[in-house]
Design a protein around this ligand. Structure first.
Ligand SMILES: Cc1cc2nc3c(=O)[nH]c(=O)nc-3n(C[C@H](O)[C@H](O)[C@H](O)COP(=O)(O)OP(=O)(O)OC[C@H]3O[C@@H](n4cnc5c(N)ncnc54)[C@H](O)[C@@H]3O)c2cc1C
Length: 394
C-alpha cells in the first residue's frame, strides 16, 4: 500500500492549483450571480490539458486515469473554484469522455474524443426523468427501431449543460419494461448530436451552481442512425452503472474540494477575529473541534475515494468499484456538509453574506446529498450489496 502521489500526479495537482489562482472565488461569485458559464476557465483547463487528462493519447489526450482526474478536480475546487471545476469536468469528461472511452465504438471515439480533449466539445447526460426519478429502470424514454436507425421520444429533467452541449448520452428503453425478461434488460445508450430541432431545452431556475444550467428536455421523434447506439443493444444498464461509479467518485472529490476551500477561509478568519478580549475565536473548541472532526472525515473519505479510483483504473468490476465508491460518497458528503456548516458558523453573520462565498459553497455542497445518488440510496446500496441485507424497496 503506497499512499503517496507519483511525481506526475504531483505535477497535475500543482498545475490545477496554478490555474485556480486565476479563477478565485470572486470570479465564481459573479458567474453564479449572472448565471453565466465560466468560459475563460474552460479555455484555461483545456489549454492546460485537463480536459484531455483521461482521453487516450491516440485521440489527443494524456491517457491518464480516474485517479489523476480526481486529483485535478479536488485541487481546482479546494484552491478557489469550489464546485464549479468538478462540475464542468463531470458533465463533459465523465458523461462524454469516460462513457465513450469505455463503451463507445471506434467511430464514436474518433468522432467525439478529440473535441472533448481540446475543449471544443461539451457533453451532457440525459438520464433522469420526471416520473422515474431515482428508479432508473422505470425509464420511459423509448427508442423504436426503424429501417435505418432509431426514433427516440421522451422527457428528461435536470440535464446539466444541455443548453451548451454538442453531444448528449441519452438513456432509453429499446425493449419496454413489460416485455423485458428482467428489469435491467432493454436499457440502451445513445450518443446524440446537439443542438437538434427534435430536442427542446428549458433551463430550470435553481438554488445554486448557476454558472451551469440544468434543463428540462423534451425529445420529440428524434431520428438517429445505427451509429448513435453505444453497444450492446438492450444491455446498456451495466455500461451506465460503470459511468455512474465514476460520477460518484467525482462528486466525492467535489465535496472534499469544496469543503477544503470553505474550511481554509474559515480557519484564516478564525485566527484574526477577536470578540472577547484578545483571544481569537479560532481557539474556541466549539468551533475548532467541529472543524477538526470534519477534517478527519474528509481525510478518510479521500483515502476511500482514491481506493475506488485505483480499483477502477486497474480494471475492477462494476460491483467491486460500487462497493467502495458508495461509502466514499456518503462519507465525503456528510463530512463536507459538516465542514461547510461549521465554516459558516465560524464567520458568524459574515458567513451569510455573498461577499464571503461560504453561503455559495453551502448551496453547492448540499446538492451532493441528493444527487447524483441520494445519501439514502447509497446507504441502501451498502445495506443490500455489501452487507447482504434484504432490499428495503421494490
Ligand atoms: C442541480 C441538479 C443537476 C442534475 N444534473 C443531472 C444531469 O446532468 N443528468 C441527469 O440525468 N440527472 C441530473 N440530475 C438528477 C438527479 O440525479 C436526481 O435529481 C436524483 O437522482 C434524484 O432523483 P429525483 O430528484 O427524481 O428524486 P426522487 O427519486 O423522487 O427521490 C426523492 C427522495 O426520496 C428518496 N427515495 C427514493 N426512493 C427511495 C428508497 N427506495 N429508499 C429510500 N429513499 C428513497 C430519495 O433519496 C430522495 O431523498 C440533477 C439534479 C439536480 C438537482
Amino acid at each position: 500500500m503506497d499512499f503517496s502521489f507519483t511525481e506526475e500526479q504531483k505535477m497535475i495537482a500543482n498545475s490545477a492549483r496554478e490555474i485556480a489562482k486565476d479563477f478565485p472565488p470572486e470570479y465564481w461569485r459573479e458567474k453564479d450571480l449572472k448565471e453565466e458559464f465560466g468560459g475563460e476557465f474552460y479555455k484555461a483547463i483545456s489549454s492546460a490539458g485537463i480536459t484531455g487528462l483521461i482521453i487516450p493519447e491516440k485521440y489527443g489526450g494524456a491517457g491518464k486515469g480516474m485517479t489523476e482526474l480526481l486529483i485535478a478536480m479536488e485541487e481546482l475546487a479546494a484552491n478557489g473554484c469550489g464546485m464549479a471545476a468538478p462540475w464542468y469536468l463531470i458533465i463533459t469528461e465523465i458523461f462524454g469522455g469516460m462513457s465513450i472511452i469505455r463503451h463507445g465504438t471506434e467511430e464514436q471515439r474518433k468522432k467525439y474524443l478529440p473535441g472533448i480533449a481540446s475543449g471544443d466539445i461539451e457533453f451532457c447526460m440525459g438520464l433522469t426523468e420526471p416520473d422515474a426519478g431515482t428508479n432508473t429502470l422505470n425509464t420511459a424514454t423509448r427508442a423504436k427501431r426503424v429501417d435505418d436507425g432509431w426514433i427516440i421520444t421522451g422527457n428528461k429533467t435536470w440535464i446539466s449543460g444541455a443548453d451548451r452541449a454538442k453531444g448528449m448520452m441519452i438513456i432509453a428503453r429499446t425493449t419496454p419494461l413489460e416485455r423485458a425478461p428482467k428489469k435491467t434488460f432493454g436499457i440502451s445508450l445513445f450518443l446524440v448530436d446537439m443542438p437538434n430541432p427534435a430536442i427542446m431545452i428549458t433551463p430550470i431556475p435553481k438554488h445554486g451552481i448557476n454558472y451551469s444550467h440544468s434543463c428540462d428536455i423534451g425529445i420529440n421523434d428524434l431520428e438517429v442512425g445505427d451509429d448513435a447506439l453505444m453497444p450492446p443493444l438492450d444491455g446498456g444498464w451495466y455500461s451506465l452503472l460503470d459511468t455512474l461509479n465514476t460520477e460518484r467518485m467525482s462528486f466525492a472529490s467535489a465535496a472534499i474540494g469544496t469543503a477544503r476551500v470553505a474550511m481554509n477561509k474559515a480557519i484564516d478568519y478564525s485566527k484574526e477575529r477577536k470578540v472577547f478580549g484578545d483571544t481569537p475565536i479560532g481557539s474556541y473548541q466549539a468551533l475548532q473541534f467541529n472543524l477538526a472532526e470534519a477534517y478527519a472525515g474528509l481525510e478518510a473519505a479521500k483515502v476511500l475515494n482514491f481506493k475506488a479510483s485505483t480499483l477502477y483504473d486497474n480494471g475492477a468490476s462494476v460491483t467491486e468499484v460500487g462497493n467502495v465508491v458508495n461509502p466514499a460518497k456518503i462519507l465525503a458528503v456528510e463530512s463536507g456538509i459538516k465542514a461547510v456548516y461549521w465554516a459558516m458558523q465560524t464567520l458568524g453573520g459574515y458567513g451569510y453574506a455573498r461577499e464571503y462565498d461560504i453561503e455559495r459553497w453551502w448551496r453547492e455542497i448540499n446538492l451532493i446529498r441528493l444527487a447524483p445518488i441520494s445519501q439514502q440510496m447509497a446507504l441502501s446500496y451498502i445495506g443490500e450489496h455489501v452487507l447482504g441485507m434484504p432490499r428495503s424497496y421494490m
